[in-house]
Design a protein around this ligand. Structure first.
Ligand code: SF4
Length: 101
């Protein structure tokens, strides 16, 4: 619903949630990590990088969420399952595939 936005440090919260949900549903880790890298990298939004690991736990999104989702905690799951030392590599690969470099 995006009521949680904007995040003061630019975390793309809906994107991280969406990819994490897809991971839980389809269990395709590699595909989810790739999607996470390019969506969190801002390729489609044009907003710059907004990975879950950028969260500073300020709590602003918690106040705005009408569903009372513990957003920073869920973002920690996104970091755990979707971010690793190859995020930037995947982002570069995604940009090449989309002719954005
Ligand atoms: S808690 Fe994290 S995701 Fe939520 S607004 Fe603050 S920095 Fe952004």
């Amino acid at each position: 619903c995006e009521y949680c936005l904007p995040c003061p440090v630019g975390v793309n919260i809906p994107s991280a949630f969406e990819v994490l949900n897809k991971l839980y549903m389809f269990k395709n880790t590699e595909e989810a990590k790739f999607m996470y890298a390019i969506r969190g990298g801002g390729i489609f939004s044009g907003l710059g990088e907004g990975y879950a690991s950028q969260c500073i736990q300020c709590g602003e999104c918690l106040e705005k969420c009408p569903q009372n989702i513990p957003i920073p905690e869920v973002l920690e799951e996104a970091v755990k399952y979707l971010e690793d030392d190859k995020v930037k590599e995947r982002l570069t690969m995604g940009k090449k595939m989309l002719n954005m470099e």
